[in-house]
Design a protein around this ligand. Structure first.
Ligand SMILES: Cc1cc2nc3c(=O)[nH]c(=O)nc-3n(C[C@H](O)[C@H](O)[C@H](O)COP(=O)(O)OP(=O)(O)OC[C@H]3O[C@@H](n4cnc5c(N)ncnc54)[C@H](O)[C@@H]3O)c2cc1C
Length: 410
């Protein structure tokens, strides 16, 4: 068959694309749904490579899209994970200030959490030690989030795909090269095959800006990829936090700082990370793989200019986070949370992910919030950075509402 037709075409089978398909089915608003993914299997990018933390909604500015969807999305995803019998670690999370000058920032996080509908509680030093005996707080206080949990993100993706398939969603895999004809509402593949659609959702993650540009949308945005590398605690390390342990983040950049995360499962493995170091290609997970020298050079010059102008306090990010891929610096960052940690306790982890972080050339800033742009018979979901995995079901409703498919109830 040289051509096929679908009501809804979703480009990208990550958590955002799959959640849109899920919510379309829940609301019964499409006759046919097709998910197109360039890879032979799902979960090869952010949605299968993240920390798996279901965030409780503490960080986000009230009124932002992240704030609007994180708490509701986390509850819905958690219920879905439990319904499907998938592993979940309901371990909560504690945030500790690593320096005394971050005291007010801890209050700000508590205020934001409460405004966003998250449950938060202050702990004193003694209560912190009961949770993680080796943890340190610089100001004698810590913030406790009981509703943070950890899941195995790849299991979530593959189980959701299976459910969607059973409910009639068609999946087309492994087709890397295609061109959009927005006027004719068609995608044409290099082998001549075409798919016509009624509406297209661009949920292409690390490639979403490129896809949007094909539709003449979001020209002011370009991806500025940041790599997240992880280390992990050795199984014989005497320190094994059983809850998430996070620093107070620098809220001027969209990264949460190096943290400790116990995995979901019976014998949790504690990972440390992810770092947020510039990546030299959108999918440059290791070595020379998918290296993009042109993009790397352009981004290096952009990062240098951000550093020199110190826009949005960018210099602090460079000094505190840009070089954490170097093991001694990562160890030092981790020791701010657990001072007794030593190099011999750590080993490199296989885990690595790349954030689909956008840079806005008009405002000269890193974008902090999710972006949902209308295009010709299409909707473009850009900057689907953390907590898009957590928030996905509620985010999908918001996207469908903004695309005119439903009235949102969130
Ligand atoms: C290191 C790291 C840790 C994170 N930790 C957390 C966390 O703990 N909790 C949390 O909530 N969030 C976390 N996030 C963020 C979260 O992973 C993402 O927000 C989320 O997975 C984004 O999903 P997505 O569907 O937009 O993108 P993706 O999962 O990247 O999916 C996009 C899909 O589009 C496909 N695609 C791309 N281009 C094309 C094309 N041209 N044609 C067809 N298909 C295409 C890709 O193959 C891919 O499958 C983390 C991210 C990183 C990088």
């Amino acid at each position: 068959m040289n051509s096929s037709k679908t009501d809804i075409l979703i480009v990208g089978g990550g958590m955002v694309g799959l959640s849109i398909a899920h919510q379309l089915l829940e609301r019964d608003v499409a006759q046919s749904i097709c998910v197109l993914d360039k890879e032979p299997q799902l979960g090869l990018h952010s949605s299968g490579r993240n920390s798996g933390v279901l965030h409780a909604g503490l960080y986000y500015k009230p009124g932002s899209t992240k704030a609007r969807v994180c708490v509701a999305g986390a509850k819905r995803l958690r219920a879905w994970v439990e319904e499907h019998g998938l592993i979940i670690n309901p371990c909560g999370k504690v945030i500790v200030p690593q320096r005394i000058d971050l005291d007010a920032q801890l209050d700000l996080l508590a205020e934001r959490g409460q405004a966003n509908g998250a449950e938060v509680e202050f702990l004193d030093e003694q209560q912190l030690r009961e949770l993680i005996p080796e943890a340190r707080t610089a100001n004698g206080r810590a913030l406790w989030s009981p509703n943070t949990a950890v899941v195995k993100s790849i299991d979530v993706i593959l189980t959701l795909q299976k459910e969607l398939r059973q409910r009639g969603v068609q999946f087309v895999h492994g087709t890397k090269k295609w061109k959009a004809n927005a006027g004719l509402k068609k995608l044409k593949f290099h082998d001549g095959i075409q798919i016509s659609y009624g509406h297209l959702f661009n949920c292409a993650g690390l490639q979403a800006d490129r896809v949007a540009h094909q539709f003449g949308i979001g020209q002011q945005y370009n991806l500025l990829p940041f790599k997240g590398l992880y280390w992990q605690l050795k199984a014989n390390c005497p320190i094994q936090p059983r809850t998430n342990l996070y620093p107070v983040p620098d809220l001027s950049v969209p990264f949460l700082g190096v943290h400790f995360t116990p995995s979901a499962g019976t014998n949790p493995l504690v990972s440390i990370g992810p770092t947020a170091t510039p990546a030299w290609g959108r999918e440059n997970y290791s070595g020379l793989q998918a290296l993009e020298p042109g993009m790397a050079l352009a981004n290096l010059s952009l990062l240098t200019s951000q550093y020199l102008s110190n826009r949005g306090g960018f210099r602090r990010y460079v000094h505190e986070q840009a070089f954490l891929a170097l093991p001694p610096l990562l160890l030092r960052a981790a020791q701010q949370l657990i001072p007794s940690l030593q190099a011999k306790h750590l080993e490199p982890s296989q885990k690595v992910g790349i954030r689909s972080q956008l840079f806005n050339h008009r405002t000269q800033h890193l974008e902090d919030d999710f972006i949902c742009l209308p295009g010709p018979s299409s909707t473009h979901v850009l900057n689907a950075i953390s907590p898009a995995f957590t928030a996905s079901f509620a985010l999908a409703d918001l996207i469908l509402e903004r695309s005119g498919f439903l009235k949102s109830d969130i």
